[in-house]
Design a binder for this molecule. Sequence first.
Ligand code: BGC
Length: 229
Amino acid sequence: MLTLAVDIGGGTIKVAAFGPKGERATETLSRPTPSPATPDSVCALVRDMAGTLPPFERVSVGFPGIVKRNVTINAPNLGNELWHRVPLGAELGRTLGHPIRVVNDVDLQGLGVVQGEGVELVLTLGTGMGAALFTEGVLVPNLELGHHPFRNGHTYEDLVRDTELKRIGKVEWTARVVSVLEQLEPIFNYDRLHLGGGNARNIAAQLPSNVRLFTLEEALRGAPKLWDD
Ligand code: BGC
């Protein structure tokens, strides 16, 4: 029983297959996200990528926006207007011909990295800033922390998104990331913070001992867990 994991990101779409306990069955394939990233172009690309993998039986999709019951509500970094109330689970499920579950991208990644004890916050730094909250391993879905106002009318995501890293450089961007963490720690009082996303590796500072870095490669192995119910 292989589960196909699909991560739809602002910059790339990645797919890989995993066995029931999260054992990796294939390499991760990565392709640039189509532009414009319409539901049709995204579904067609995922179909083509999945077609090159060994047979899988079910599909877990991480989507970069709010998702309720397999229907996307928005997608700030793909185009909110393109993804308002799109039944992605039904459409991609039909395209791939397998049962499918769609959740927020960081909710899915969190399933692969949390330890299941205490309060765990998962943050990703990439095209945008994603967040997921778990308590004793149970997810609070669709925590859109990145869009919370932080400073001078800017949200957390406005300050630490990928385009800001490129604009202001690693040193100033790291200082912003550290101040975001200093703000969140006394609010969530997490036991552990899991920090991922393509830019986590660009943090040029020593992080507190309750912060752990993770990679998408590692996080995707949580895809089969989306079916534990
Ligand atoms: C979206 C989140 C998403 C995050 C990372 C944010 O802009 O609002 O839903 O998890 O980007 O992709």
